[in-house]
Each structure stands twice: as structure tokens, then as C-alpha cells.
Design a protein. Structure first.
Length: 232
């Protein structure tokens, strides 16, 4: 069996990283397109997001197949094994991010004929920008295997949550003043929830990077701190 330090093995890991990064880029594009569809009341753009999600789904299958093949042929241990386990979790979060972008696009199509939307709808673009930035930082941390960058993503998780809370509070106030537009306002709130979930998936990726680098599971806030971790 080839050694884990072989050029072939390193090339396989690079290819896996590249495919994950490309999938992440498609997720970022889908988020941006879904929000543009909402802002411009463009149902055709919303439909394009749904079509693009099929490519993201295909990415998931291809990456899963590649990771499982590497596991079977190389039988890695230690950090190499953690990397592949992390990759399999990252690809799941990316696929779900694609699904959330589709959810936003579907609400955008529903709202394309709305006569009036709450002013809080204007906050969805900034919220999407923050969530996308979190995703990009988490993916950079994964590709570079940089736990400090991952920790920065975790420290900024509240930024998405704060915007979500602002949108919900403003939209509830709007519904109280405009009961005839409750349905449209609820769809705006739904979009904010989908974007909040995207932020959560970015956080999940960052948590897995800490596991990859330090061998410490920091999910759910119940693990040891990175500083006390002895495994590398």
C-alpha cells in the first residue's frame, strides 16, 4: 500500500480540498443570487438558484465518493483520518447551505408580486453579506487548516444572530401596524431564518476545523478549550 506521505496521497487530498472550495464558491454565488432575486422581485433569477442547486447536490455526491475512496484505499490514521472525517461533515453543511439559498429563492418568487414589503427587508442583504463572509472565512480556515481563523469565525457568530433579531423585531412591529400584509412579512422573516441557518452551518464548519487541527470537539460548547488541548 502507498505510504500516506506519498505524492499520490497528497494530490488526492489537494483535489478534495479544491472540490470543496469550488462547492463553497457555488454556495456563495447561490446566496447572493437568491438575495438579489428578493431585492429585485425577479422570479427568473429565483428559478436559476434552484437549477444551480442541482450542481451543488452533484458536488456533494462526487466529494463523498472521493473521500470514501481515499478512506478505503489509504486507510489513514491520526490527522489524515480527522481531515477526511472533517471533509465529509463540511460537504454536508455546504449542501444544506445550498438548500437554504433555494429556500430564500422560493420566498423571493412568492414575494415577487407583493404590493408592499416591510422596511426590515432591506436588512436581508447585509445579513446575507455577513453570513457569506462567515462561510468564506470558515472555508479558508479549513483549506489552510488554521484553527485561529476558525476561532475567529466562532467569535463572530453573534453578528448574524444580531441581524436576525433586528429583522424579526422590526417585522413583528410592521405586522402589528399592517395586519393586511402579515403573509408577506412572514416570508421576510422566513428569509432571515434561512440566512441565520447559513451562519450556523458556517459555524459548524469552523468547529470541525478546530477538531481537525487540535483534535478537540468544541461543538455544543461542552468540550475542553483549545488552550487545554493536548492532541495535535
Amino acid at each position: 500500500m502507498p505510504q500516506h506521505t506519498s505524492h499520490e496521497f497528497e494530490a488526492e487530498l489537494r483535489r478534495l480540498k479544491e472540490r470543496l472550495l469550488a462547492m463553497g464558491g457555488r454556495c456563495e454565488s447561490s446566496i447572493a443570487a437568491a438575495v438579489r432575486a428578493l431585492e429585485t422581485r425577479n422570479p427568473e433569477l429565483a428559478s436559476a438558484v434552484e437549477r444551480d442547486d442541482r450542481v451543488i447536490d452533484a458536488d456533494e455526491l462526487a466529494i463523498d465518493e472521493l473521500a470514501v475512496r481515499i478512506l478505503a484505499l489509504r486507510q489513514p490514521v491520526g490527522r489524515d483520518l480527522r481531515f477526511l472525517m472533517t471533509a465529509l461533515k463540511v460537504v454536508t453543511d455546504l449542501e444544506r447551505i445550498g438548500d437554504e439559498a433555494v429556500n430564500v429563492a422560493e420566498r423571493a418568487r412568492d414575494l415577487s408580486a407583493a404590493v408592499e414589503l416591510p422596511e426590515s427587508q432591506a436588512l436581508l442583504g447585509p445579513m446575507a453579506a455577513v453570513a457569506t463572509r462567515q462561510l468564506r472565512r470558515a472555508l479558508d480556515a479549513f483549506v489552510e487548516e488554521d484553527a485561529s481563523k476558525a476561532a475567529d469565525v466562532l467569535a463572530r457568530d453573534d453578528e448574524v444572530d444580531e441581524l436576525y433579531g433586528r429583522i424579526v423585531r422590526a417585522t413583528l412591529a410592521y405586522m402589528a401596524a399592517h395586519p393586511q400584509n402579515v403573509e408577506a412579512a412572514m416570508r421576510v422573516t422566513s428569509c432571515a431564518k434561512y440566512l441565520e441557518r447559513i451562519g450556523d452551518h458556517a459555524t459548524n464548519i469552523a468547529e470541525m476545523v478546530v477538531y481537525l487541527v487540535d483534535g478537540v470537539d468544541v461543538r455544543h460548547g461542552g468540550a475542553r478549550s483549545r488552550e487545554s488541548a493536548g492532541t495535535r
